[in-house]
Design a binder for this molecule. Structure first.
Ligand SMILES: [Fe+2]
Ligand SMILES: [Fe+2]
Length: 192
């Protein structure tokens, strides 16, 4: 018999996130990814709530179980009776890193692409005198692309691969990721 599955709400996602995470930077990362997912969902005319929830919850296990990243998120969300569709999308962000679930749906491809990119953009903002994303241009981020020691954790190959899976050029993806993050600039501490 199939388990009766709930339809997760943003409140469900937020309360789980805060239950499992204390780190301010991880919470800001979750909120950044959420905002960008919502932004792309609106560009693609897709389900904004659902894309946002998946963005918000994607690194749920990372603070407590970094070595079992993605795997523990699956366990936690299964226990909470989240639908498999949500769980698979969340886990696919770690494709080739901590999971073997390949991003297939456009929502999954966007998550895979923008996860690392939000990190690179955040780092690019924090070295600016203004410390603000509000007037950040794509070019400032592109200049950091080949500086491998800058935000070394933000894997450029993953971002490039993701953009090509989305069928979009890098300029577009960087610009729209900035646009998504701008909407929550104050909340994520990038409003200057
Ligand atoms: Fe992750
Ligand atoms: Fe992440």
């Amino acid at each position: 018999m199939k388990n009766i599955q709930m339809k997760p709400t943003r409140e469900n996602a937020q309360s789980l996130l805060l239950q499992h995470n204390q780190s301010e930077s991880l919470i800001k990362h979750a909120l950044s990814v959420e905002a960008v997912m919502r932004h792309f969902a609106s560009l693609y005319n897709e389900d904004i709530e659902k894309w946002g929830i998946i963005g918000l919850i994607h690194d749920l296990d990372y603070e407590k179980y970094p070595a079992q990243h993605c795997k523990m998120t699956r366990e936690i969300l299964e226990k909470e009776k989240w639908p498999e569709e949500y769980i698979r999308s969340v886990v696919s962000h770690g494709w080739g890193m901590c999971s073997d679930v390949e991003p297939v749906h456009i929502m999954e491809k966007v998550l895979y692409t923008i996860d690392e990119l939000t990190g690179l953009i955040t780092a690019s903002v924090l070295v600016r005198p203004s410390k603000s994303i509000l007037d950040l241009e794509v070019n400032s981020v592109r200049k950091k692309w080949n500086l491998r020691n800058f935000a070394a954790g933000a894997n450029r190959e993953v971002i490039e691969k993701g953009a090509s899976m989305m069928g979009k050029d890098l300029e577009y993806v960087v610009q729209e990721t900035i646009n998504g993050m701008k909407k929550v600039a104050g909340t994520i501490g990038l409003a200057g």
